[in-house]
Design a protein around this ligand. Sequence first.
Ligand code: PEP
Ligand code: MG
Length: 545
Amino acid sequence: MTVFQGKGVCNAIAIGKISIIQKQDVSVKRYHVDDTDGEKARVGAAKEAAIQQLQAIYEKALKEVGETHAQIFEIHMMMIEDDDYNESIESIIDTQQINAEYAVAVTADNFAEMFASMDDAYMQARAADVKDISNRIIANLTGTISDGTDSDEKVIICAKDLAPSETVSLDKDKVLAFVTAYGSSNSHTAILARSMNIPAVIGMGESFLQQIHNGDEAIVDGFTGEVFVNPDAETRTRLLEKQRQDEEKRHLLQELKGKENITIDGTKINIYANIGKVSDIGTVLANDAGGIGLFRSEFLYLENNDYPTEQQQFEAYKRVLESMAGKKVIIRTLDIGADKQADYFHLEKEENPALGLRAIRICLTRPDVFRTQLKALYRASAYGTLGIMFPMITSVSELEQILAICNEVKADLKANDIPYNANTEIGIMIETPAAAIISDRLAPLVNFFSVGTNDLTQYTLACDRQNALVEAFCDTHHEAILRLIEFSAKNAHAHGAWIGICGELAADISLTKTFLKMGIDELSVTPSAVLKVRDAVRNTDLSKD
Ligand code: PEP
Ligand code: MG
């Protein structure tokens, strides 16, 4: 048995076989070949395999997400057969007498550059597709196609790191746990693991991957951050017992369903859930959340290879609103950039992406993308109780610009007789120190605040949330954070706005009493934490210290 120590980011235990995700090495090696016909035959076989894989993905997507979303895989199959693309690969192999992988990679770069330089947004977006199909062909050539979930058995996924877009596209039914060499607990990958209630341990260090093998048995303890590879009988028994106790506790919490979120002395609070996908609604309802306090709409963009259309977005938002049957649903507008990247946005590489062009800054510099989303949101508002929330606000003028665009979108809908709810609440995230400090100026302009403690912590304490090296300096209970939340709560209430917390700290039950004392009106947490927080609220007595 070997014991590895990382950082647990989702409190649960998993036992199963390891499956290592071998990511495509982007720096494909170039080497001389004598048998150019042999290389071309290798490309042919890799393409054939790619088409078969895409056909299977297309059929799965057709069943799970419908034809509109599945179409992209048909386009990918057509691109693989494209004459110009194939002629380019063959001519590079022939003229330079080099290996197939390198010829595909060079062709991919050339074609992606050509697409990216076109004026038409649709053609620009094809740059990401050509890279995608080329990576698939290269992965087939090098034998590294697996996303780790090919077998029918549920597995423990081990990887260097997982981007949020990779995490969302994994087949959840086949993942027992995540273990990554890098990552930090407030990264979006960790947040996704919590929202899926999948045990996860991060920050194992690079050498971890060199010491494990596909098929090794492992136990992942998301409570302690320990990973036991090839566990001995005593460890197995101990962890199985711990898993049983955890399940028993979860089972007991089920009895709180249907009960009020009320303290012993009678203070009430709303407990909502955070989601990233329409399909998360099931867990929201199963855990009896009172509403959705944060729908991270950017995952609609991350799952796609192109900008989701107004109609696609409208349908997704409408489905969430209808499923919540009148309960409040707060949808946050696109928060892309930093760790959440979609190729088709063609965002420039930045030295400090967390301090760069992300979230509302992208929306305000790309008003067409922003308007499309707002139009879809307002159209969906007719089907439930919607709140629209804007991320990364730092100034009053930004908020004024946003409100002006919202008014234009509403006027446009009205002029075209398209129904929308004129009482749709508008809110902002308090996730920069600037927003908290000027919360007295922002509050009169909105209906609600929602504190994003993940970013508020990163920006207040100057700790990159993606950087595991500074995790030890990232004290989420730091007095500065708590003071900023309290100050924002006072200002919200002074101007008739309500205030919630939707960052990960909302589920930290050691702070539930503190938040209740501040007068926080809503806590929005990962669906699986709703009942745990309800339990904490019901055991709190604000009349006692
Ligand atoms: C936050 O910053 O706390 C938050 C809820 O937003 P995200 O984690 O998506 O950045
Ligand atoms: Mg944030």
